[in-house]
Design a protein around this ligand. Sequence first.
Ligand SMILES: [Zn+2]
Length: 216
Amino acid sequence: MSKNCEIVKDLLPLYADEVCTEESRKLVAEHIAHCSECRAELEKMGKHISVKAETDVNVMKRIRKRMRIEKITVGLISLAVVLGIGIFALLYMVNTLGPMDVLQMSIGEDVRAEVDENGDLTLILKDYAATEDYLMPILSDENGKHMGIDKDFDASKKEGFGVSLMQRKINSFAAFETYDSMDRKIDVFNVNEAEIDRFFIYDEKNNKEYTLWERD
Ligand SMILES: [Zn+2]
């Protein structure tokens, strides 16, 4: 029992009869709000006191705690959504191929074709030009109209064989080289055997054609 309790217990009979001074009344009221022992003592005197004030404080505390938990939950969900979108966007940019913008990437000097002593025409790609493994083969007719390998084309009309370079979305976005951007050599065809007179790179983005090899 604290010293306060002793003082309060002395005051309790006066408090119960409502004859104590305003100062004493405040002191007792404040004390019994958090001292169950003195509160019990007062109740024994037949005075039922209200503990509403304390209850209100507890309710407020509980509401505040719940609001804090809700705020944290909403924050975590938002973070997860933002992270999810970010990861999805990154994966999309890494995995999705589009036609390479030859002009924007200025890869002109990074693309060459060579014919070796056996007559094999080899496509040599460096730096950005070698960013992605995927080459889209293209044939053109005598009017220079391009016919993709998947599209219906008249093989007898073939005049040139070309490839369209692909790149990841992230390369066009951030213009950095991804892990597979090593220099690459690709055997395209044997010029002695092929009926093709020309080999070119086709830039779908700018609708431009760059001749790499032509039959003499
Ligand atoms: Zn007490």
